[in-house]
Structures are given as structure tokens and as C-alpha cells.
Design a protein. Sequence first.
Lengths: 134, 134
Amino acid sequence: MLEGIDHVALAVSDLDESLAHLNEVWGLDEATRERVEEQGVEEAMLALGDCCLQLVAPAGKDSRLMRYIERRGEGIHHIAFRVEDLEATLKHLKDKGVELIDDSPRPGGGGSLIAFVHPRSQNGVLIELIQRPR
Amino acid sequence: MLEGIDHVALAVSDLDESLAHLNEVWGLDEATRERVEEQGVEEAMLALGDCCLQLVAPAGKDSRLMRYIERRGEGIHHIAFRVEDLEATLKHLKDKGVELIDDSPRPGGGGSLIAFVHPRSQNGVLIELIQRPR
């Protein structure tokens, strides 16, 4: 069902500062960057072997992510599993009684479809499911 | 410098319960399992595409991980980057002024060498560096 880890997302306060740090210290380069207005975040992807690191920063003061960082601090925010068929995966999870944040696929970056699973039923881990375009 | 993400580690209270859940819901199988007495933890690795998920559970009541879970809850604990030459990577990081938990490589599971980087200087992310045997 799961094809692999697509990316690991880090919540950071200042996207530019974190990107500069990851480049200077770890030699990682920004691959893509986009502002997702409806979620109040700005995201950057950095290739790392076969996976990616994603940086997610609050865009605007009323961002939910800003409140998350104030409460929990910066750090690893979620892990994204790549799936072949997101619709089928969500049906499977519902059948297993798993609590979902998104009941059905919604558009993500780069033409992907995504859905989030609630951390409550997953050992406190926020899981994103992502179906990449073929 | 970094070859990729080796694994993402989840802190869980009950290893057996979490392994059963990951198998039942996500179809993941335990690949290896070991008790690391000096760290007061029991670990399991689960293959997931080219990466691994690692579950880390407290072994014994005075485990540091037990206190971590009491304070922060279960969830993503650290991310491990695979490196070719751990000694050289640690030297590079020291030259960059990065705060290390382990100044020099120490033995990890499966014949690997590992070292941890302090989350303080890395956006709150606990980073493990791991050099796998060739």
C-alpha cells in the first residue's frame, strides 16, 4: 500500500534563514518553493537522496502553523507517505476505523493529491498521504 | 555530504502494540528488533521503500525516553541522515560551529556508526547521522 517516504516536513519560523542554514551546514539546495495561501504557509522542498525534506513556515500572523510553533516549538512537523492510489488508501483506512483529517483527496503541490491522517490514532504522528502524478 | 534519509524514528510507549498497529493498518512488517540496554530503549526497524521507519520504545521505568514521552507525548523523535564518512561529517560540522551531542562516532545497530547532532542549532530537530557498513 505504501510506496515509501515521500518527504519529512520541518516546521520553521523563518524560511529564508532555515534554507540558508541547510545550505551552509548540510549542503542542501532548495528545489521548489511555493506559498499556499489557504493554509497560511510557505513551503520549500529540498531533495535528499530518494526522499525530500520539506520546510514549512507560517505566512502571516494568523497562521495555524504559527500557533503550532508557539506551542510546540520548531521541529519535525509531519511525515508523508507516498501511495499509488490515494482514494483506495483512504477507503482502506476508513474500513480500519482510522481517524482522518481529510476524508477525500485534495490538491497538493506539483499536481499531487494529498490527505492528512489524524495523529490521535497514529502514536501522535501527523501523517500526510501523497499520490504523485504518473 | 548527505546520502539520504536513512530512517525516521517514532517514539512509542508500547513497541508490541505499535508494531501490531503498523502491520494491521499500514501493512508494514518488522524487519529487525533489538534492545539497547545502555540507552534504555528497545528498537524495531520497518522497511518503507528506500527508507525505514524506526520505532523506539522505553525499556525500563528510568529510561530517558520514558521521561521524553511523558513530557512531549509519543510522536516523531528524530530523523537519521545517511552519510558516507561520519568522521569527516563530524569534522565539517564542528568547523561550522554546529553543536554536537556525540563528538565522535559510536557503534549503532547492524554494524553502523552513529552520532547525534543537538536539536538546539537545527530548528529543534534531533538529527542522527549514520554510516552504514559497506
